[in-house]
Design a protein around this ligand. Structure first.
Ligand SMILES: Cc1cc2nc3c(=O)[nH]c(=O)nc-3n(C[C@H](O)[C@H](O)[C@H](O)COP(=O)(O)OP(=O)(O)OC[C@H]3O[C@@H](n4cnc5c(N)ncnc54)[C@H](O)[C@@H]3O)c2cc1C
Length: 535
């Protein structure tokens, strides 16, 4: 059967905040294809509860937001990138408001209506604009409505990109990106998507860990595809663990937003004793890594399955008005958060590292861009500050769209690309290998490459990941691809990149904490991994 082929000006792989913003910004002048592995509403964007950090209050300042971000990033933020991002924040919010995003407002004493801003860990001001506790859903659904109204954007749901195609792969000079092979998950056929520009907006890789707050789409596909194609990746050792995911057998990855701590919720042990004061003078408002490590420490010390977050003292009216989603979800599971503390555990939440880009979102490969959580722009340094990530998605999608428009005159026409070759593979009769290796990978990443690391644990993890890599490579060469196989292959690549990066960092900094090197080195350096086919 011949390979189905599509041609567009721009191929955007991923339909979260980053991908949709970019598609919208280019839709006036370009034919855009936007791929989603699942439906458009399945991605981290839709799960974001807290909000977007932006300088909107007259008593706040760009400089203060920059300083807070630099402090959270523990010496590794790229200051020019932080400044650029923060300076764009008011314009990004205005763009969203103009599109129809409804953020919460409150009436001031003087009768004026202003945005209600919350304060989250690491921020020295109230500067997180939000739509109750379902900000991502509000932003995501508004962007999706706009995307669907643009005749120049074609959305392909249930289409999983397999690998990027570069000119040299088909014997042409140069290495520019010219498209991707994509598995249509409804027909199980691989299709060819050709484009003059390709954008990776595939989100993060937190699914590499057993416990995560992320949806199933977060399997690091874009990072793995870019690495295979020859892009450098940076700072993959910095994995943010959210301190407070709901601990309940039926609550798959349900996050208890940081905003609860911002509004005064207290972390307590089963007997009601507070403990954050023993770890940091900012107590519950300390940055996430410190809170996650404190919880991990208490859980290991006491051998308990979870700790508790108590907001009952704020009263029912306040809680139900500010946290309706969390209140409703917990109540469904039999926990009335207005009357009892919430059982919580840490879970993998955010991938700070990713595909190395410049300030325009451009990667090492010409005509290939990376935006959103898949990218490593230098904004987050060694630790992402809460609510800077949605901001980054929109700022860098805008920057990449501008850059594509500037490069356009130089771009070449579509090349002839060979069809996907399946002549040497058969249907698998051993799917158990995939299921087993999925579990094994995510468990050892949790145990050995999690919140607290050691050299020995990292070495153990490396041995295992190399073995899994061999098995899955062999499997990939012999059997027809499925989405599970693609995700497993990508997760193994990402796990390997995380382990390699963690082994290179001989210090504890930000989110990377190792018992072998508990102190900070005087000079902070990014960890940049270079693929064998780079350049
Ligand atoms: C529970 C939760 C709460 C959060 N709260 C906040 C918050 O309050 N504030 C904040 O700033 N950040 C928050 N974050 C982080 C933030 O939501 C994410 O960093 C951000 O939404 C990432 O957006 P994105 O567009 O890069 O990726 P995503 O929104 O994850 O979208 C990725 C897209 O890529 C697609 N995709 C992936 N692989 C492929 C492939 N191979 N082929 C085709 N498509 C593919 C997916 O289908 C999806 O459409 C939160 C995250 C979570 C999980």
């Amino acid at each position: 059967m011949s390979t189905k082929s599509h041609q567009h000006d721009v191929l955007v792989i991923g339909g979260g905040a980053a991908g949709m913003t970019l598609a919208l910004k280019l839709s006036q002048d370009y034919q855009v294809a936007m791929l989603c592995k699942d439906v458009t509403s399945e991605g981290s964007t839709y799960y974001a509860q807290g909000g977007v950090a932006a300088v909107l209050d007259e008593y706040d300042s760009i400089d203060s937001h920059i300083q807070d971000t630099l402090v959270a990033g523990a010496g590794l933020c790229h200051e020019d990138v932080v400044k650029y991002t923060v300076e764009q924040s008011p314009a990004v919010i205005q763009w969203l408001v103009d599109l129809g995003v409804k953020f919460d407002v409150e009436t001031q004493a003087n009768g004026r209506q202003e945005f209600h801003l919350t304060q989250e860990g690491g921020h020295s001001h109230r500067r997180v604009i939000h739509a109750a506790d379902a900000t991502g859903k509000e932003i995501g659904s508004t962007l999706a409505t706009q995307v669907r109204e643009q005749p120049n954007i074609t959305v392909f749901e249930h289409h999983a990109a397999v690998d990027l195609i570069t000119a040299d792969m088909i014997g042409q000079p140069g290495k520019r990106c010219i498209g991707a092979y994509v598995l249509n998950l409804e027909t199980q056929e691989v299709e060819l998507f050709q484009a003059r520009f390709v954008v990776l907006a595939t989100g993060g890789a937190s699914k590499v860990y057993l416990y995560t707050s992320n949806p199933d789409t977060a399997s690091g596909d874009g990072i793995a595809m870019a690495w295979r194609a020859g892009c450098r990746v940076g700072n993959m050792e910095f994995n943010q663990f959210h301190p407070t995911c709901l601990y309940h057998p039926l609550a798959k990855s349900f996050l208890i937003s940081e905003a609860l701590r911002g509004e005064g919720a207290r972390l307590v042990l089963k007997d009601g004793t507070r403990f954050m004061q023993d770890f940091d003078q900012r107590e519950e408002l300390a940055p996430r890594d410190i809170v996650a490590r404190a919880i991990d420490h208490e859980m290991k010390r006491l051998g308990c399955d979870c700790v508790y977050l108590d907001i009952t003292h704020k009263g029912k009216d306040f809680i139900t008005a500010h946290f309706p989603t969390i209140y409703a979800r917990c109540l469904e599971l039999g926990i009335d958060i207005t009357e009892q503390p919430i059982p919580v555990v840490p879970a993998a939440h955010y991938t700070c590292g990713g595909i190395k880009t410049d300030i325009h979102g451009a990667t090492d490969i010409p005509n290939l861009y990376a935006v959103g959580e898949a990218s490593f722009t230098g904004l987050h340094g060694a630790n992402r500050m809460a609510s800077n990530s949605l901001l980054e998605c929109m700022v860098f999608a805008g920057a990449a769209a501008d850059h594509i428009q500037q490069q356009d005159a130089k771009s070449s026409p579509h090349l002839l690309i060979p069809a996907w070759d399946e002549s040497q593979v058969t249907d698998s009769d051993e799917d158990v290998v995939i299921a087993h290796n999925w579990d094994e990978l995510r468990r050892f990443m949790w145990d050995y490459v999690g919140i607290v690391r050691t050299d020995k644990r990292l070495q153990r993890a490396r041995r295992r990941v190399r073995l899994l890599n061999q098995e899955v490579d062999e499997y990939y060469s012999n059997y027809k691809i499925t989405n599970d196989l693609l995700e497993l292959r990508n997760l193994i690549t990402v796990a390997d990149l995380i382990i390699q990066s963690a082994m290179q960092r001989k210090e504890s900094r930000g989110l990377h904490y190792t018992l072998n090197y508990p102190t900070l080195q005087s000079v902070g350096k990014d960890t940049i991994l270079v693929p064998p086919n780079y350049g």
